[in-house]
Design a protein around this ligand. Structure first.
Ligand code: NOJ
Ligand code: CA
Length: 670
């Protein structure tokens, strides 16, 4: 390790440049700066006439120049004679979660609370410095008002040095947008996770938020040059949030690593969330699932009842049988309930009534007999008032049917000028999670609010969409292989994604030969999957989701040798590590569930060979590696070349990937 990291004189000099007065006045416990446990990251706070700013120094170099802090609201302005107090603390704990990429996490940080206090107001900036990043939030208690009306947030991120970045535009209604790679000064608006890599190559980082409750999401707007400012989703009256007189905002976070995979391997976002509020989590179970779903997106089936209705009793039995015969646990049926005629219109769904050709009682009984979990699907079309009115009774009904999972959807504008990502939206999504917990239901949210680690506190909040998923391949120009190499370093830093992976019929040959293919949401012609089939398999490992779907029509898996990978895959993993990767170029991830390991690798539009040491395997053990590889010789993207060999922890696996390809490997102890 570079001895410079331990040279506190260099760190002090860098901070002195930023905050000369701060260091001059610093004396022991009142010094307004906090350092990560390994000493490499420092955050300082400056106060100039009650105008607060912060700066970040890493390894002696300034990363964030003095940048504004604060929230604009009546009752939150400290008086001139407000007293400053600063306190420091340390925290180091290892904790466990019922499921996740990793079941064990270390939460290790140093904390500084910087408080301004007068007769009416107690306003604190709480800062945490971890070895893998920094976070801060605002906490207040005011006697000036009962309700604090937040009209703006002043938080800024003034990048000190040139960096390139990957993000989607800031949009308060959707995350289903294309990623752009831009120098920071050319970013007009962005949503988070906002990932950056310094031009010097010295570090990578990502701006995001943690523990988003009762507050709008934070997007970023360019203020000037390389300074991005927080921009909160507004309510219809332009106010950003109405909150109580005593409140803590979500954390504003900057993950920091030396190499891109460090960001993926960080637990910082989860660590900033509170422990589980659900005492008995025994009913919360990661699982693999299939569903009547892809047919609707391809246009060979419909959600609405009619001659091509997907969710029929006959199809339900077929899908349940398929799940039972292939070591899968769950089955989803979209279009099971009445109301789909209104989708895109007045958006009025009946969450309690199945279409007459979907015999829900007999289907639920059959699923139970076969040991398969039936899922419920609730598309709301964005009609929140109607959904909230029946939430309790619908969830009680699903519970009575033995259902443990609900996939929700918000495909449509909210009523009354509300944004999906505003305080109104955040409150709604949270209400669904907490109501679901009452009925022992897990949630898979599509068109969700972004993940900010609340799955630690609400472990029934399993997975969500929140980016362009597989569906885009069915009715648009689709998702590129490069996109699939960007999301592990951006969207997936926030948490699990229900990408709905694993399409084997990548050219839609079966659908195209079907004359009854309906045009749905856009162009049908020219649509296809833009990767090889081996990469589709690898995505089951790469795109982490505790509820992992095999999204294709079951006919496309039946009799396909490569489906063995998903049969053997275990969605309930214990440990994960991103082993190698470059943002937008390639990614290699390994996971372990029990004694078995799964490895997934994927590349962009370039063919690539990556050497992966298998040192993560247990020493002294032999493993059978079953390899699902691209047809690099023949160049057929539909062909998966399957082979087996014996490997140990001292082996190096040479992964050869075709353009847009990938590789998946199961590693089973012999
Ligand atoms: C969009 C969701 O992402 C997709 O999975 C679902 O099939 C449709 N909405 C209909 O609910
Ligand atoms: Ca969607």
């Amino acid at each position: 390790m570079n001895p410079k990291f331990f040279n506190s004189q260099i760190l002090k000099t860098a901070l002195a440049v930023i905050f000369p007065s701060m260091l001059l006045s610093a004396c022991g416990e009142t010094s307004p700066e906090v350092t990560s446990p390994d000493g490499r990251i420092k955050v300082g706070i400056q106060n100039s006439g009650n105008v607060l700013s912060y700066a970040v120094v890493t390894d002696g170099d300034t990363l964030i120049l003095p940048s504004r802090l604060g929230v604009v609201a009546d009752g939150l302005t400290p008086s001139k004679d407000a007293k400053v107090s600063v306190s420091h603390s340390k925290f180091d704990e290892t904790w466990h979660q019922p499921w996740g990429e990793n079941k064990e996490h270390r939460n290790h940080y140093n904390e500084m609370a910087y408080t301004l206090k007068d007769a009416n107001l107690d306003f604190t900036v709480r800062v945490r410095a971890f070895d893998d990043g920094i976070a801060f939030r605002y906490e207040w208690k005011t006697a000036a008002t009962d309700t604090v009306v937040v009209t703006d947030e002043l938080t800024e991120f003034a990048f000190a040095v040139p960096a390139t970045s990957w993000s989607i535009p800031g949009n308060f209604d959707t995350y289903e947008l294309e990623y752009r790679q831009l120098p920071i000064e050319r970013v007009d608006s962005a949503n988070t996770p906002f990932t950056f890599q310094l031009e010097s190559g010295k570090l990578v980082g990502s701006v995001h938020e943690a523990a988003l409750y009762d507050y709008p999401e934070m997007t970023l707007r360019n203020k000037e040059e390389r300074t991005l400012k927080a921009s909160l989703a507004p309510l219809p009256d332009g106010v950003k949030a109405y909150v109580s007189a005593e409140f803590a905002t979500p954390w504003r976070t900057i993950q920091i690593g030396e190499k891109p995979v460090d960001l993926i391997n960080s637990s910082m976002i989860l660590n900033l969330n509170e422990p589980s509020k659900i005492a008995d989590t025994s009913w919360i179970k990661p699982q693999k699932y299939v569903g009547v779903w892809w047919g609707m997106h391809l246009g060979t089936m419909t959600w609405v009842m009619g001659p091509q209705h997907g969710a029929t009793t006959e199809n339900a039995i077929k899908y349940i049988d398929f799940a039972a015969n292939n070591n899968l646990q769950g089955v989803l049926f979209e279009g099971w309930n009445e109301g789909w005629e209104s989708w895109g219109g007045n958006q009025s769904f009946n969450y309690l009534k199945a279409y007459p050709d979907f015999n829900i009682d007999s289907i639920a009984a059959y699923a139970a007999k076969k040991g398969i979990e039936l899922w419920a699907h609730n598309e709301t079309g964005g009609n929140i008032p109607e959904y909230e009115a029946v939430l309790d009774s619908a969830f009680a009904y699903y519970k009575s049917l033995g259902i443990h999972t609900v996939k929700t959807g918000y495909a449509g504008g909210y009523k009354g000028g509300q944004f999906h990502h505003s305080q109104y939206g955040v409150r709604h999504y949270q209400k669904v999670v907490e109501t679901a917990a009452k009925y022992q239901l897990m949630i898979d949210a599509h068109e969700p609010i972004k993940e900010t680690g609340i799955r630690r506190t609400w472990p029934n909040m399993m997975t969500r969409e929140g980016a362009r998923g597989m569906e885009w391949n069915a009715w648009s120009e689709g998702n590129s292989a490069e996109y699939l190499c960007i999301i592990p370093f951006t969207r997936l830093l926030a948490g699990p994604m229900d990408y709905t992976p694993g399409i084997f019929d990548i050219n839609y040959d079966r659908a195209r030969s079907d004359a009854k293919r309906l045009a749905w949401n856009g162009p049908n012609e020219g649509c296809r999957i833009h990767t090889t089939v081996a990469r589709q398999i690898a995505n089951w490992v790469i795109i982490y989701s505790p509820l992992q779907m095999a999204a294709d029509l079951i006919e496309n898996y039946e009799g396909h040798d490569a489906f063995q990978f998903f049969r053997d895959f275990n969605a309930d993993c214990d440990w994960s590590e991103a082993l190698d990767g470059e943002i937008g170029k390639y990614i290699v991830v390994a996971r372990r569930a029990g004694e078995n390991y799964y490895l997934g690798a994927g590349t962009d539009a370039e063919a690539r060979t990556v050497k992966v040491p298998l040192s993560f395997l247990k020493n002294g053990k032999e493993y059978e590696a079953r390899i699902y590889a691209d047809d690099t010789e023949g160049g057929d993207p539909t062909k998966v070349v399957i082979s087996s060999r014996t490997v140990t922890a001292s082996d190096i696996l040479e992964i050869k990937m075709a353009a847009t390809g990938g590789q998946a490997v199961t590693l089973t102890p012999r």
